[in-house]
Design a protein around this ligand. Structure first.
Ligand SMILES: [Zn+2]
Length: 343
């Protein structure tokens, strides 16, 4: 293992003052990541069985947005049929790219770029509907040159909420089997599990670097040795930490601040599904359009249904951890039968 490169990567990260906001909140994010690692397990990515034409996925997505509001279904159609000028060339705002069926979420390059163009990878399965709804939900909050602090933490909250709402919609209205519909959520949990592990390992490395001024094999082994040997964390770190550290070295990057949005999004979306208040989705989408000049007012609005927002930082106390752990386990148990059989 190239520890010298690893130390360079960590040092560069810690020296970047733009990333201070993330570091200040890292311990809180790790508390959330621990809930997932303690209560979940590694799974395979599930692939889909049913074939669905892209046109059908688009129609279902539109009908789903209609259940939230007229405004979103209109906006959906507007975006689909509109052009804009990108680098001097007129082009569609939304572009679809067909990809092989086997490429599921790890290879999904769908997204909204900094100009607001929407790219959707589709493979003619049920995943396409989740994908379309997810990316359009991002697009509804899109404002050029705005990456507010709230967006850095809560940018994936409306999108994951939209996936959960879509799941309910499909269970109530679609002709797809429950098993097929739940695959998306099981894959989402798997993705967030991977993110949680990566965040925990990165935070351990950062803390050890801060304590010692560097990290090497001896320091890492001593740290492992100090853990409770019967803990799940010890077991996972023994098997996974080497490959996760190698990945940091290979990519030359600490990326927990990109990954944390999915963990925060998962918990906030679970909490909001519990409230069953569709207005919260709209408030969230609207608030994420704002820049930092409105942060305090926006925090106040979101605090009603997102319990982890403190004043200008994440605030996660033991009672929040307890209630989120219960929510997480309830959700996990509700689809456990579907995922266990595939392990
Ligand atoms: Zn997203």
């Amino acid at each position: 293992m190239n520890y010298s490169l690893l130390n360079d990567v960590i040092k560069e990260f810690l020296d970047d003052s733009n990333l201070k906001l993330y570091l200040d909140n890292l311990d809180e994010v790790v508390r959330l990541a621990n809930i997932i690692v303690e209560n979940y397990y590694d799974t395979d990515i599930l692939t889909y069985d049913d074939d669905i034409l892209l046109s059908q996925s688009v129609n279902i997505s539109r009908n789903f947005f209609l259940t939230i509001s007229d405004e979103y279904s209109k906006k959906f159609d507007e975006l689909l049929s509109s052009n804009d000028i990108y680098n001097g060339v007129l082009d569609n705002i939304v572009s679809f790219f067909k990809v092989p069926k086997k490429l599921t979420y790890q290879f999904n390059r769908s997204g909204v770029d900094e100009d607001g163009r929407v790219f959707i990878d589709y493979n003619e399965t049920l995943e396409d509907i989740f994908n379309i709804v997810h990316e359009f939900t991002h697009r509804f909050s899109f404002i050029k040159n705005n990456n507010s602090s709230l967006k850095k933490f809560f940018g994936e909250t409306p999108t994951i909420l939209s996936e959960f709402l879509l799941e309910e919609y499909l269970l109530d209205n679609g002709s797809f089997s429950k098993e097929e519909i739940l695959k998306h959520k099981i894959n989402r949990f798997k993705g967030v599990y991977d993110d949680s592990l990566a965040i925990i390992v990165q935070s351990i490395l950062i803390n050890l670097y801060r304590q010692n001024g560097f990290v090497n094999e001896e320091i890492l082994l001593n740290y492992l040795d100090s853990l409770d040997k019967s803990s799940k964390l010890y077991e996972i770190l023994c098997t996974k930490s080497v490959s996760l550290i190698k990945e940091i070295i290979k990519r030359e990057g600490i990326d927990f601040y990109n990954r944390q949005r999915y963990i925060i999004g998962l918990f906030c979306a679970l909490n909001m599904m519990n409230d069953k208040n569709i207005i919260n989705f709209k408030i969230l989408v609207e608030v994420l359009k704002n820049d930092d000049s409105t942060t305090l007012v926006d925090q106040e609005k979101l605090r009603q249904f997102i319990p982890i927002i403190g004043c200008d930082r994440l605030l996660i106390d033991d009672s929040i951890i307890n209630s989120l752990t219960i929510l997480f386990n309830d959700e996990k148990n509700s689809f456990d039968n579907y995922s266990r059989r595939k392990i």
